[in-house]
Write a protein that binds this ligand. Structure first.
Ligand SMILES: NC(=O)c1ccc[n+]([C@@H]2O[C@H](COP(=O)([O-])OP(=O)(O)OC[C@H]3O[C@@H](n4cnc5c(N)ncnc54)[C@H](O)[C@@H]3O)[C@@H](O)[C@H]2O)c1
Length: 282
């Protein structure tokens, strides 16, 4: 069977871990040559070595314009082109303190990585793609970007901006044959979704996931826990020509979590109502 990304060259930022790593592996399995861009050199290099000739690693901070330009140049010189840019790298922030007590010390970092990083990756990739037949740009957003909620407010705001930026650049870059879409994951079990703090061990992260999983599933219509591969499959679709007519879209991959209250809550309310009516009328 024909591979979906045969002959294509892709960059995945934040590709050393989590959702980015799954996308790197999926893209390579579908015939792409992939540049892994990350600040985690140990894991990035190990992944590139595992994939052999299909992958390269470049230490990159996506919030630095010169490093992003060097990344694009590296992909073009190593693999002779660039067809897919997955701006996946992102950072979250501490859940506590609540907003009124937050000194906003992590504001700049979250915005620099999550928004400026996406803007730089898009701009520098587009400068190459516009003269080379177009391409596909995919940005990592989040359901937190469209779903309001308490906590991690800078993170939510950064992802809201990514969704809007995606739509605007889809229009701006369409004349060059460049498609721009974003993916909004819901709850996917990675290090980030355990909100790791300094000095947290793997065991702590695993235990946090164990406790948090049922809480999150209660608010999700599909009682299936999302996997990094779910996001990698969405990215593969947007990267490939299967989505040739799709641009400016937010592809939500969240088991229905952002769709609305799961039906079982409504049933609980209806059952409570029926109980009260029965008690009072008997
Ligand atoms: N996991 C989820 O449930 C979830 C939900 C919604 C959105 N997302 C988004 O998906 C993306 C990937 O998340 P993840 O869960 O895989 O996170 P992760 O923490 O597991 O991996 C993020 C990767 O990005 C890299 N990175 C961080 N800052 C960087 C920088 N300045 N330059 C280059 N690389 C950098 C890290 O080293 C790491 O390898 C993020 O943008 C995140 O906001 C994740």
């Amino acid at each position: 069977m024909e591979q979906l990304l045969a002959g294509k060259v892709a960059i995945v930022t934040g590709g050393a871990n989590g959702l980015g790593k799954a996308a790197v592996e999926r893209f390579a399995a579908e015939g792409a040559r992939v540049v892994i861009a990350d600040m985690d050199c140990e894991r990035g290099e190990a992944l590139a070595a595992q994939l052999g000739g299909a992958a390269r690693f470049l230490a990159t901070n996506v919030a630095e314009a010169d490093q992003v330009q060097a990344l694009i140049d590296f992909a073009v010189s190593e693999f002779d082109g660039l067809d897919v840019m997955f701006n996946n790298a992102g950072v979250s922030q501490a859940i506590f303190p609540r907003f009124v007590d937050d000194d906003l010390s992590d504001f700049q970092k979250v915005i620099n990585v999550n928004l400026l990083g996406v803007m730089l990756g898009t701009q520098r990739a587009a400068r190459h793609m516009k003269d080379h037949g177009g391409g596909s740009i995919i940005n990592a957003a989040s359901i937190g970007g469209s779903q309001a909620g308490c906590g991690i407010l800078t993170y939510r705001a950064s992802k809201a901006a990514v969704i809007h930026f995606t739509k605007c650049t889809a229009i701006d870059l369409a004349e060059y044959g460049i498609r721009v879409n974003c993916i909004s994951p819901g709850n996917i079990e990675t290090e980030m979704s355990a909100f790791p703090g300094k000095g947290m061990s793997d065991e702590m992260i695993r235990k946090i996931h164990e406790v948090v999983r049922p809480l999150r599933l209660a608010a999700q219509p599909l009682k299936r826990w999302g996997k990094p591969l779910d996001i990698a499959n969405a990215a593969l679709y947007l990267a490939s020509d299967m989505s040739a007519q799709i641009t400016g879209q937010e592809l939500v991959v969240d088991g229905g979590a952002s769709t609305g209250d799961p039906i079982n809550r409504f049933i609980e309310v209806a059952q409570a109502r029926a109980r009260i009516i029965q008690e009072i009328s008997s």
